[in-house]
Design a protein around this ligand. Structure first.
Ligand SMILES: Nc1ncnc2c1ncn2[C@@H]1O[C@H](COP(=O)(O)OP(=O)(O)OP(=O)(O)O)[C@@H](O)[C@H]1O
Ligand SMILES: [Mg+2]
Length: 246
């Protein structure tokens, strides 16, 4: 569904992406992992059209999308969920959600999707008339995921959905993301919470210095010493004792 081939790009004269190649199959959840400042968000921006790649190709659903305007990419069915901070605080929960449906004209369909978003996130239904400014961090994250769903996308890009949230809320959010995927969505998820991301995703990529450094099925990455030592907080002693993560 999404194929990224040798993508390069950056900011001004600073190149951050040095030829990234990765794939996400239809219906799959893929995790994109890596340390701070390694280019994860930059890659998502290149996919969603916020940053124009200087090299390589991005193909979505059989068509090239690199260099397209962000709104046209949303119309093709690919939407990026930004972090909770980007909700409009002075608008209500429902108004924020309806903004996500800007590409749609079918009012009955929009209402049906709104109902589905409320099924995933019942707390948003309870608070539909309240200003987004009154929501907690976890609720704001739910609002942003819900807003992404409102465009009825074929695929969602998630940039650190668990960032800065309390552990219990993180579990809730991941559980719902898993459900959204089981319901047929295709997802590419950037996460710092490597363990959780690999428990949820089928396949993972680790980016380092702007290129894919390690990739493989999630179970293989969880068991990979390099991944474990660098990103899962494992120790050499753990490795030597052959301790699993489960
Ligand atoms: N708008 C920008 N202008 C210039 N440099 C930027 C800009 N945004 C990010 N960078 C730089 O590009 C590099 C990659 O940033 P990016 O946001 O892609 O990292 P990341 O992997 O998402 O990291 P994090 O885990 O911190 O979110 C960093 O060195 C960052 O300072
Ligand atoms: Mg980032």
């Amino acid at each position: 569904m999404l194929e990224i081939d040798s993508v390069e790009g950056g900011y001004g004269s600073v190149q951050i992406l040095n030829g990234v190649t990765l794939k996400v199959a239809r219906g799959q959840m893929v995790a994109l992992l890596g340390g701070n400042g390694t280019g994860k968000s930059t890659l998502l921006k290149a996919i969603s059209g916020l940053l124009k790649p200087t090299g390589g190709t991005i193909t979505f659903d059989g068509q090239r999308i690199d260099g397209l305007r962000p709104d046209l990419i949303v119309r093709r069915g690919l939407v990026q969920v930004t972090q909770g901070k980007e909700a409009y605080p002075a608008m209500t929960v429902e108004e924020n959600l309806r903004l996500g449906a800007f590409v749609r004209r079918d009012r009955a369909g929009v209402r049906r999707t709104l109902d589905r978003v409320f099924e995933y996130f019942p707390v948003l239904r309870e608070r539909r008339g309240q200003l987004a400014a009154t929501l907690s961090g976890g609720q704001l994250q739910m609002l942003c995921i819900g807003r992404g769903l409102m465009s009825e996308p074929k695929m969602i890009l998630l940039d650190e959905p668990s960032a800065a949230l309390a552990p219990q809320i993180v579990l809730d959010i991941f559980r719902i993301i898993g459900r959204i995927c089981r319901d047929g969505m295709t997802l590419l998820m950037v996460e710092q919470n490597v363990r959780m991301a690999l428990l949820l995703a089928e396949y993972g990529y680790v980016i380092k210095d702007g290129v894919i450094h390690i990739e493989g099925p999630a179970e293989a990455l969880i068991g990979d010493d390099n991944v474990r030592l660098s990103y899962l907080g494992g120790t050499v002693a753990d490795r030597d004792r052959g301790l699993g993560l489960h």
